[in-house]
Write a protein that binds this ligand. Structure first.
Ligand code: SAH
Length: 216
């Protein structure tokens, strides 16, 4: 086993399982995705540490635990179609790629989307769709989605996300102010009814866009 494989196993055991993530499919996915390839080369040695890391453009790859809980909260099944807002490094998208049948991911910063595309291709995730756009509008042509996950903090829930959820579908999104948020899960119960659960506190970079924050 390589040092990275050992570090990855330790990360999943100490940071993800030990803190309560139970979904075996999520655990297996995180054991498989080579997180060190999704961070800048100079930070590869820290890729399995218990914190977010800078990926350029003032953005970050989320803390491993956060990827674990968000993936679990989505309750994905093999055949599901899922949308991610905030491709960033592409790491969360890769984890989703092992949990769902189709993954669509939106990123507003072209340089990050390009780098994520390269990494995803290198790691065998060529079928994950990445598009550069303001993701606060969702991806209407591909809706409805069984899962939508937003990896940036929103001031409120952008209306397109509810509209693009399949019935039975789950939206997981950090909502709050610019510095701290609550992770919220919205489940679409019927055409008109949605259940909203507040999961726990978190801290994400801002979701910048028409239905999000204004650029600073
Ligand atoms: N899921 C990423 C985490 C990236 S951090 C990973 O696994 O690495 C959040 C990302 O959301 C940043 O790359 C940021 O540029 C992006 N973002 C912020 N607002 C956005 C918007 N309106 N549409 C698409 N992406 C957005």
């Amino acid at each position: 086993m390589t040092d990275y494989t050992i570090a990855r196993r330790r990360m999943v055991e100490d940071q993800v399982i030990a803190r309560g993530v139970r979904d075996q499919r999520v655990i297996d996915a995180m054991l498989r995705v080579p997180r060190h390839l999704f961070v800048p080369d100079a930070l590869a040695a820290q890729a399995y540490s218990d914190f977010p890391l800078p990926i350029g453009e003032r953005q970050t790859i989320s803390q491993p635990y956060m990827v674990g809980v968000m993936s679990e909260a989505l309750q994905l099944k093999d055949g599901d179609k899922v949308l991610e807002i905030g491709t960033g490094s592409g790491y969360q998208a890769a984890v989703l790629g092992l949990l769902a049948r189709q993954v669509f991911s939106l990123e507003r910063i072209p340089a990050l989307a390009r780098q994520a595309r390269r990494t995803l291709d290198k790691c065998g995730f060529a079928r994950i769709n990445v598009r550069v756009t303001d993701g606060t509008f969702g991806w209407e042509e591909e809706a409805p989605f069984d899962g939508i996950v937003v990896t940036a903090g929103a001031p409120s829930i952008p209306p397109p996300y509810r509209a693009q959820l399949a019935i039975g579908g789950r939206l997981v999104i950090p909502v709050g102010d610019r510095l701290s948020q609550i992770l919220v899960r919205v489940t679409r119960l019927s055409e008109r009814d949605f259940r909203e659960e507040r999961l726990f506190g978190c801290r994400f970079v801002p979701l910048v866009g028409d239905h999000g924050w204004r650029e600073e």
